[in-house]
Design a protein around this ligand. Structure first.
Ligand SMILES: Nc1nc2c(ncn2[C@@H]2O[C@H](COP(=O)(O)OP(=O)(O)OP(=O)(O)O)[C@@H](O)[C@H]2O)c(=O)[nH]1
Ligand SMILES: [Mg+2]
Length: 287
């Protein structure tokens, strides 16, 4: 008997949703960083196991500062992913149940779906710090299961996967076993570049730099992708380029290596930095 269904990860920013997505999928399609609000879009991947197929959905961290247009858009993306899922994993981190966790919990409470509370990043704490926190959360009524994991080290991810698989509906698989995602090259390039901006730049720059993918062409055996990074000020342009072009080179090389792993093909990535007034916000790029 085969099983097939949709599982969605939801939680406040920085709890490890994208890290867990990549660990479960064994392919790094979701971007990760120590900065909050790294994920801006829903990123979906397909995990095929013996007898089951799960579409895993990574979502933007839920934000309560909803007066910002971008936060509203990102919350909407996350809520929409939840509404079409069979199983919801609500990620939190020790040692505190925050107001944002409570906000998400109340949003999930009336939903008639299989809900799992995942306490992630347990590697950062000692057992005596964790146990009272976990024991208290076992009482939270809206979850069918409460599990603790370390997405970074893979701890208990097999137990989580088993819990998810058990809760999947009986259905035939929808995708070929080798199918992992159907995101476009332009979308993935934009994501991998933004991950590098998040990881390599300070303050507001990763959030304000506009990424424009303007050329994607297969030439012989190499996929050529050209990217413009738009910044408003000359000082930002200098930071992005770095001493003798070292930073922009590093951004391009690291993003290219990651894209090659995901797309399983050779890629030539060219990146330019432009001074312009283009603003960045979740765009309409084909995903
Ligand atoms: N120590 C530890 N760090 C983790 C774990 N999971 C994720 N992290 C780190 O936490 C940070 C945030 O991880 P992400 O996966 O980007 O978090 P996210 O929930 O997707 O964040 P947003 O996209 O901003 O909502 C990164 O620096 C990860 O390396 C974990 O289990 N243990
Ligand atoms: Mg994320």
């Amino acid at each position: 008997m085969s099983k097939f269904g949709y599982m969605c990860l939801i939680g406040r920013p920085n709890v490890g949703k994208s890290t867990l997505t990549n660990h479960l999928l064994k392919t790094p399609i979701a971007i990760e960083s120590a900065k909050p609000q790294t994920t801006w879009y829903e990123v979906k991947g397909v995990l095929s196991t013996k007898g089951a197929q799960i579409v895993i959905s990574d979502t933007p961290g839920i934000h309560d500062m909803i007066h910002r247009q971008q936060n509203q858009t990102m919350n909407r993306i996350a809520y929409s992913a939840v509404s079409s899922a069979d199983i919801i994993c609500h990620l939190i981190t020790p040692p505190t149940w925050t107001a944002k966790d409570q906000y998400i919990h109340e949003f999930l409470q009336p939903m008639n779906k299989h809900k799992i509370l995942v306490i992630n990043q347990i590697d950062r704490f000692k057992p005596h710090e964790l146990l009272p926190f976990i024991a208290k959360l076992q009482e939270q009524s809206c979850y069918q299961a409460v599990l603790s994991t370390s997405a970074k080290h893979g701890t208990n991810c097999d137990i989580l996967l088993e819990e998810i698989t058990n809760a999947l509906p009986q259905n035939s698989p929808m995708f070929n076993k080798k199918h992992i995602h159907d995101h476009s090259v332009a979308f993935l390039t934009q994501e991998m570049i933004r991950e590098q901006l998040m990881q390599q730049l300070q303050s507001e720059m990763p959030y304000t730099t506009h990424i424009e993918i303007f050329h994607v062409v297969q030439k012989d055996k190499i996929l050529e992708v050209h990217v413009n990074l738009h910044v408003k000020h000359i000082g930002q342009k200098k930071i992005l380029i770095g001493q003798d072009g070292t930073r922009i080179k590093e951004i391009g090389q690291t993003a290219r290596k990651r894209l090659q792993i995901i797309l399983k093909k050779r890629i030539m990535l060219k990146v330019w930095v432009k001074l312009s007034q283009k603003v960045t916000e979740p765009s309409n790029i084909e995903q």
